[in-house]
Every structure is written in C-alpha cells, then in structure tokens.
Design a protein around this ligand. Structure first.
Ligand code: HEM
Length: 501
C-alpha cells in the first residue's frame, strides 16, 4: 500500500491508512527510518551501496508500492509487475517524464542525451534519431558487424588464453566487443585490441558515469542547499562532462571536418545527426550527449558471460546442446538461436539474476495521478525495483538459485516479452517499461546471444583455485558490472582455432 509521510503538500487520499509510514524526511535524512518494524529500519546510508537490497527489505514490510522522502524529493518504489505496468506502461502520458537530477541530468548531461531529457519535444526528437539506429531494420542491417565483433572477441581470447596456460579476464574482451559495436554504430570506428587507448578511456568514462549517477544515492540531488556548495561529487560530475565533450565531442569534430572536406565517411549515428543538424535543430551538445548516451548505455551490455564459469554443470549442458545442433565445424549464428533453447535460457537467467540496472532509470509523474485510492503528486519519482520483481518466490521459486531451466519454455525475445498483456508472464524487467523502455534492446539481445553462445561453443571456462568468482560483488552505483574476475579458458576441441581463422 502506498503511504506518504505527513507533509502538507502531499495529499494522501486514504486518510486513515493503517499502514506504517516510511519517513526519510527533510529533517531526518541521515537518521534511522522512523518506522515501527525493526526489519524495516535503514538510513540514507543504507541506500548508498546495493540500494535495491534495502528497498527489497522495505517492500517485504510495506508492500509492492510505498513512498520514501529523500531530502525534498518524494519517491514511490514499485516492486510488482502489475503495478509497474499499471503506471509506467499503461499511463505513458503521465509516467514518461524524468526528474532533472542535479548530478546526472544538470551537471553531466546538461539536460540532453535522451536518457536525462524531460519528456517533451527535445526527448521525442532524440528518441526518433536513436531509433533510426536501434530499430529492427537498422539492427538487421548491421548484424554482420555484431557477428564480426563476436568472432573477433573469441579469436583474441583464443590467442591470449594460450591453450589454458594464461589466466584471463573475459569481461575485458566481452567489454571491447560491445564497445566496438557501439563505436561502429555511433562513429563508424573500431578498436583493434584490448590495448587500444580508446578501450580504457571508454570504460573509465562509462564506469565514472555509473558510479556518480545512482538514482537514489546522491544526497546532493535532493538537498538543494548542497548544490550551491563545492563538493567532490559536483567536481567529478563537471570533470566527467568535460571528458565526454573532449573524447566523444572530439570524434564528432573529426567526422564533421571530414564531411566538410568532402571525404568519405562511413554511415553512423553521428553522420546521420550531422546531416540532419539544421532540419532537426540539433546543436553541438545535443549531438555529443546523444552519442555519449549510446557509448555509456551500450558498452555494459555483454560483460556478463564471465559469470558462466561459476556454473560448470550449466556450461556442460549448453555445450552438449551446441554440439548436437551446431556441431564443431562452424560457430553458432543468429539463425541458430531458435534451436538452442538451453543456451537461450542461460542468457535469460543471467539477465534475471544479474541485472546491470536493478533500479532502472527512474521516471517522474508529470501531473497528479490517482492510482487506486492514492494520489501520486506531480513531480513524484517512480523507481522500479526490479531486484524484488526478479526475486519473487511465487513467480520464480528458489529465486536466489541460478537455474536456467525455469526459462526452458521461454520462446520470446525480451523485446516481445515486454509487450505481453499479462506483465506477470514477462521474462524479466532489465529493460524497464513504458515509453522510455530501453531502445537498445534489440541490439543488446543480439550481441549478448552472439557472444555468449560463441564463448560456450569455443571454450571450457573454469574458475581458478584461489581466485573465486564472487557473484554478489559488483562494481558501480547506477549501472553494475560483476567485479573483475580471472578465469582459465581452454579451447574445447582441436578444430576450434581452424574455425576461428
Ligand atoms: C543489457 C543491456 C542493456 C540494459 C540492461 C539496458 C537497460 C536500460 C534501462 C533500464 C533503461 C531505462 C529505461 C527507462 O527509462 O524506463 C535504458 C535506457 C536507454 N538505453 Fe539501454 N540497456 C541496455 C543496452 C543498451 C544498448 C546496447 C543501447 C544502445 C545504444 C542502449 C540505449 C539506451 C538509451 C538511449 C536509453 C534512454 C532511453 C530514453 O530515456 O528514452 N541500451 N536502458
């Protein structure tokens, strides 16, 4: 049940609620929650690291929708598929706005870059341009790039693992694979190895973005007086903004100069934007921040295959399936996907258990809205707590267990599953919901398929004694990556090298 703290500008329709109220108010931001139950206790600090776990604890006590004040901001936390759909997907005209957070929206992205833009004309324009490069037809047109990069990744891993003699961190290789996909789509450019300077640079920028833009972890976002004072967070946000302008803005400038000089420029998002600059009324910052959004949103995509070595029996079953259906003379392709249900199920289960964005990117109510017997005031920020949704024991049974079989009969891609009329049947919520649902879903799913199925086809991935894989440890506040790991990769059979070459 939704319960609001007794603050005058909030109208709580059901006046005599019997439900306890969470108060993290103006005056007690850093104090313990003023709640009657021990297990619901917490403080702002408990929202700093792994906030989804705290929000999950509160959901167990307060129910699938409850409210929290952080500083001057009212949040509602949604932890149930029916309510998520009821608000974000059914009432898109109300719940598609974004709060202009001080750090993320105002300082780093300066109100641009699609992700941060409020729901309005500018956002529609940016979304339309992004879709030109992310819709089904576009993804089909560059699937050969995704295919090439996934093979190149296996090739480099194969070379560097020296037949299982050298320990490797596959996250770096998988990360470069998605980086190359995004660089090609955005700038028509790619890196030739994990040592290319752009690899470290792009990952540092993306990591810094994920580390400083947590949806509920920055006090300065909700306490306006702090925004006037110098702070480390503000300094980091300004530095990140300048670096995005230098690195990605620098690449855009090069492309622009080449186009001005009549040079041949490969088709890419930046070329599209430069060609439509006048017609779409795009300024330099629009172009830089939209390109940055692709680079930030798109390069965390396929780091998760590194988790597979933690589940050797799962790996073995997938490889049996690959041997049966694909054989050992060629790599699995996009066309094989429909015939490899266990491999597909592994990917879905990785997504359920290791969502990179447990709290998504919050939406904001653009006007007062009555939901059931409660009023959600204009300006309320809506957070989707996918951690709770992905760990609902009624839906998932033993939800903490990694068990791909739960997806044995799942045939839909996530993009199709998101459109199911019954939200409780949806595969998972990693791409969120509603009009701002991740527009990169199609490309993300395709590259995840190619990289994971090919890694499983090519290698036995083993963890190393003394270097355990900790699946609970993550890196990043708003977007998470599994903490760095090292594993041993052994080519599964003699002929693998020949196929790769
Ligand atoms: C596994 C990979 C990915 C996950 C889990 C993911 C997840 C998300 C989520 C949760 C959102 C917020 C949606 C909302 O506001 O409701 C989002 C937005 C977005 N994503 Fe992704 N994403 C992934 C890959 C990609 C890729 C490959 C791209 C390619 C460019 C991309 C581009 C974007 C953009 C541009 C937005 C902003 C949409 C808007 O505000 O209208 N994402 N993504």
């Amino acid at each position: 049940m939704l319960s609001f703290p007794p603050v005058s500008r909030v109208t709580f329709l059901k006046k005599n609620s019997e439900h306890p109220r969470i108060k993290v108010g103006y005056t007690n931001i850093c104090r313990q929650l003023n709640a009657s139950a021990d297990h619901a206790s917490g403080s702002f600090l408990s929202l700093k690291r792994y906030p989804e776990r705290t929000l999950d604890r509160w959901a167990k006590y307060y129910g699938p929708i409850y409210s929290v004040w952080l500083g001057n901001q009212l949040f509602i936390i949604v932890s149930e598929p029916g309510i998520a759909k009821g608000l974000m997907a059914t009432h898109v005209a109300v719940f598609s706005d974004r709060k202009e957070m001080f750090i993320k929206s105002q300082t780093v992205l300066v109100g641009r870059g699609i992700t941060a833009s409020p729901y309005g004309k500018r956002w529609r324009k940016h979304r339309r341009i992004a879709s030109l490069w992310l819709n089904r037809k576009a993804v089909e047109s560059y699937t050969h790039v995704l295919d090439f990069e996934a093979t190149d990744m296996i090739h480099h891993l194969h070379r560097d693992c020296t037949d299982g003699m050298a320990d490797v961190n596959p996250q770096v290789y998988a990360g470069r694979c998605s980086l190359n996909n995004m660089l090609t789509i955005t700038f028509g450019f790619r890196t030739d190895s994990i040592h290319h300077p752009m690899v470290a640079r792009a990952f540092r920028l993306s990591r810094e973005f994920m580390n400083i833009t947590g949806p509920i972890s920055n006090l300065v976002d909700f306490v306006p007086i702090l925004q006037r004072l110098p702070s480390n967070m503000r300094r980091r946000a300004r530095t990140l903004h300048s670096e995005l302008v230098n690195v990605y803005g620098g690449l855009i400038k090069e492309i622009d100069e080449k186009m001005q000089a009549g040079g041949d420029v490969q088709d890419c998002l930046v070329k599209t934007m430069l060609l439509r600059k006048e017609e779409e009324d795009l300024d330099e910052l629009d172009i830089t921040m939209l390109a940055s959004a692709f680079m930030i949103g798109g390069i965390e995509t396929v780091r998760r295959p590194s988790l597979i070595p933690a589940h050797p029996h799962v790996q073995k079953r997938a490889q049996d399936e690959l041997d049966r259906i694909v054989g050992r003379d060629r790599l699995p392709t996009v066309e094989d996907e429909a015939n490899l249900p266990y491999c597909r199920a592994i990917i879905k289960e990785i997504e359920r258990c290791h969502n990179p964005f447990w709290l998504g990117t919050p939406h904001m109510a653009s006007r007062d809205f009555v939901y059931g017997e409660h009023l959600i005031p204009k300006g309320t920020v809506v957070v989707l707590n996918t951690w709770t949704m992905h760990h609902d024991p009624e839906r998932w049974g033993s939800p903490m267990e990694f068990a791909p079989d739960r997806y044995a009969n799942e045939q839909l891609h996530s993009s199709a599953s998101a459109k199911l009329p019954n939200p409780k049947e949806r595969d998972h919520w990693i791409f969120a919901a509603g009009r701002r649902i991740c527009p990169g879903m199609l490309v993300a799913e395709r590259e995840i398929w190619l990289t994971i199925s090919r890694m499983l086809w090519a290698f036995d991935m083993q963890h190393i004694a003394g270097k355990p894989i900790d699946l609970n440890e993550y890196d990043g506040e708003s977007g998470r990556s599994p903490a760095p790991i090292e594993v041993r990769l052994r080519p599964r059979f003699e002929g693998a090298r020949k196929v790769l070459e």
